[in-house]
Design a protein around this ligand. Structure first.
Ligand code: PMP
Length: 375
């Protein structure tokens, strides 16, 4: 029976990866052990972990100037771990944050415990753009309007707001903003590995694995090595990037099974043709879905078109009752987890890397049929 899982995360994984993991569950490559049962310091897991790191570097083209680490605590813990590691790299002990939705607001709130945190830009009010009024968190302050202080230790933003469905694919020109030495720190959790990303233009990128890369429990952290070595005294040793980088993600016991699955996903992506190919697929899927939403007055997407997310596509129907009916019938059609986040309501289709075009066209066909019968 074919089900299509539109969950925002933990989310759909490539079927071939799950099948391989199932086949290798009891005995990994003749080792006589499941990956879950291996020492994280043994030869087998060392190979698995180092290969995962190498494949992630290949996918993104990450140079050795950057540490690539698999950590724990999710992106929420990074909201604290980032300032604990980076805020003291400048004597100002300050950082600038851009607020574009729930997740960047959370990051900003948490960081305040560790230094002076300023707001560089925020989409927290209504905004008129080209004659259209956008609601708070449905638009993005123009990247050339962000107010960044030259002495900030970093500039943080969320490059894909999973709840709002707002994606910032371009990066600000820090030279033009008058802050050429301020490194960018991106929470890329929900669009990581969905498209090429020029890591060399950032100071740091982090992402929870549970959308495009693997199971929950692994946080991927990529950080420029020259930014390290300024951790606050309160930073736990296991969260000090210097320690974790030095021990290649094995300072303490890492989420080893999760890293193994991430490694299989990285190989799946490489075999597919890398990030350029997955971007092509993601573009086709998201364009098809937005075209369906835009083609009728029955469905609406509230986001400023230039910043619509390719990964998380929220849309609304005329009433709560109609939305509830839509979700009920969708589940009957084996279209799962389409309920919008409780803070915004409506419907949200998360169409991550492992969601094939066939899943998206099945959803589109259902949307057409639902409009015919309830419109
Ligand atoms: N940032 C973004 C963009 C997210 O989508 C999420 C989770 N949905 C988080 C942070 C928090 O991640 P976690 O629950 O793994 O801490």
């Amino acid at each position: 029976m074919q089900y299509w899982n539109f969950s925002a995360g933990p989310a759909v994984l490539p079927k071939s990866v799950l099948e391989q993991a199932a086949a290798e569950m009891l005995d990994w490559h003749g080792s006589g052990m499941s990956v879950m049962e291996m020492s994280h310091r043994g030869a087998e897991f060392t190979q698995i972990c180092d290969e995962a790191e190498a494949d992630l570097r290949t996918l993104l083209g990450v140079s050795d100037d950057y540490a690539v680490m698999f950590m724990q605590g999710g992106a929420s813990a990074e909201n604290a771990i980032v300032p604990m590691n980076l805020i003291a790299r400048n004597p100002s002990n300050s950082a600038d944050y851009v607020l574009t939705g729930s997740w960047s607001v959370k990051s900003h709130k948490e960081a305040q415990r560790y230094g002076t945190i300023r707001i560089a830009a925020a989409s927290d009010g209504e905004k008129q753009i080209d004659g259209v009024t956008y609601q708070p968190w449905s638009w993005v302050p123009p990247l050339d309007s962000w107010r960044v202080q030259a002495d900030a230790s970093y500039l943080h933003y969320c490059s894909n707001e999973t709840i709002g469905g707002v994606e910032i694919a371009d990066m600000p020109d820090m030279q033009a903003l008058g802050a050429p030495d301020v490194p960018l720190v991106l929470d890329a959790s929900s669009h990581f590995l969905s498209r090429p990303l020029d890591v060399s233009r950032t100071g740091m990128v982090y992402a929870g694995a549970q959308k495009n890369a693997g199971p929950a429990g692994v946080t991927m952290v990529i950080v420029r090595r020259d930014m390290l070595g300024h951790a606050l005294a309160c930073c736990p040793s296991a969260f000090d990037y210097v320690n974790v980088a030095k021990d290649r993600s094995r300072y303490n016991t890492p989420p080893s099974y999760g890293i193994y699955i991430c490694g299989l996903v990285f190989k799946w992506l490489l075999q597919l043709g890398g990030l350029a190919e997955i971007e092509r697929q993601n573009l086709a899927k998201s364009q098809a879905l937005y075209a369906q939403i835009d083609s009728s007055d029955f469905y609406a997407n509230p986001i400023q078109p230039a910043f619509r997310s390719r990964m998380n596509v929220p849309f609304t129907l005329a009433s709560d009752a109609l939305t509830a009916q839509f979700l009920k019938e969708a589940t009957q059609h084996r279209l799962l987890a389409l309920k919008g986040h409780k803070s915004v309501g409506g419907v949200r289709a998360s169409i991550y890397n492992a969601m094939p075009m066939e899943g998206v066209t099945t959803l589109i066909d259902f949307m057409k049929e639902f409009e015919r019968t309830h419109g």
